[in-house]
Ligand binder design. Structure first.
Ligand SMILES: [Zn+2]
Length: 199
């Protein structure tokens, strides 16, 4: 890399910080970009900026959206008596691909992890409690990862959210241990949902 002009090295370093892009890919992409037609590079840069500026979090569920409320929350055909609680916005995409869930979602924004400084108040639990007060939710399906923190968070929530007329379930195991929903295939996800158990 020593032989490359400094701006290319800077670009390689920036690309290398992206998820899933190792040093070799970063170098290949950078070398491609600096030799590509400048109009197409400009277009790429603009679409990155536009996406970053226009995408925000849904005010209701916390999913990625381009409006204040996401399409899933705004869809009247979705069953609003069942709420699926996930860790991150990307988990919604995995569950939607499995087509096994027709209710609504709530993104927690992480898992309780005192070692990493993540306390309950850092997560979107208060927002969830406000939804429970105004939406006709009868069941919450906890669909967090199957690691120790996911378990601990699930138990904490089952206790904190317990109230009359609300069933709290947890998706079945069978998901790869210690992984998030994004690594589960669609069939595994639908089975995990079907086999959910009351906590
Ligand atoms: Zn939403």
């Amino acid at each position: 890399m020593a032989a490359l002009p400094e701006p290319i090295n800077a670009l390689i370093a920036a690309l290398g910080k992206l998820p899933g892009i190792g040093p070799r890919s970063a170098e290949r992409i950078a070398l491609h970009l600096v030799q590509a037609e400048s109009g197409s590079v400009k277009q790429l840069a603009e679409s990155i900026l536009t996406a970053r500026e226009q995408v925000r979090f849904c005010e209701v569920c916390g999913a990625l959206a381009d409006k204040s409320t996401c399409d899933l929350c705004a869809d009247p055909r979705r069953d609003d008596s069942v709420l699926c609680l996930v860790e991150r916005p990307v988990d919604i995409i995995s569950l939607e691909k499995s087509a096994a869930f027709r209710g609504k979602y709530h993104v927690l924004g992480g898992k309780i992890s005192p070692l990493n400084g993540v306390e309950p108040e850092d997560l979107r639990i208060a927002e969830l409690e406000r939804r429970l007060a105004r939406e006709p939710v009868k069941e919450i399906i906890i669909a967090l990862g199957t690691d120790v923190e996911g378990d601990a968070t699930g138990f904490y929530l089952a206790k904190r959210l317990a109230r009359e007329g609300l069933k709290i379930t947890r998706i079945a195991y069978g998901l790869p241990a210690g992984t998030g929903l994004e690594f589960a295939d669609e069939l595994t996800l639908s089975r995990a949902l079907e086999g959910r158990r009351e906590m």
